[in-house]
Design a protein around this ligand. Sequence first.
Ligand code: GRF
Length: 205
Amino acid sequence: MHDRKLANVAVFVSGSGSNLQALIDATKAGILSAKIVLVVSNRRDAYGLQRAAGENIDTFVFKTKKYDTPEDAGQALLDRLGAYQVDYIALAGYLRLLPAEVVRAYRHRIVNIHPALLPEYGGKGMYGHFVHEAVLASGDKESGVSVHLVDEIYDHGHVLEQVKVPVMPDDTPETLAARVLKHEHKIYARVLEKLIKGEYEINNG
Ligand code: GRF
């Protein structure tokens, strides 16, 4: 990517894509020196795909079932990312594991944002309202946002940055989610920018 000024980023979504929007806005504001060249979703109806289309960003619906084997699916996704010369991948509410081929090819260049303080409240099935319900059920006084590198295990890779967000006594999963989400929108572009600039020391995360 070093002959280009901007890093090429693919963003993966399964739902609303408000974090995708925040990343797009950050590129426009010059906070994120990247070009979002592709938005990928496992769901044809993800609103994030409409946001992408509205911004003239190409989209790709990636359905593993369309392929004969998981390896074929992984290769097809890799080929697509290659066609766009993607340098970095940002998962933004993507609810599937990435194919192993992609994780290997992009190791230390894939980030995810999670609406809690990992390693707590992460792992398979811990997404969306389930996360916030679990935090409230625990009685914790703090939740937060984690941005981490992606490896082969859900929510497991090296944490790059976290922001703490208070839990209020009268919180519902919805009010907590909304408070956390505001912080997500601020932190994600900043962390991705630092990763692109090589500002994190990464060993084997
Ligand atoms: C966010 O809370 C993110 O942390 C989690 O999924 C949610 C996605 O929201 N991984 P949006 O689609 O970006 O609005």
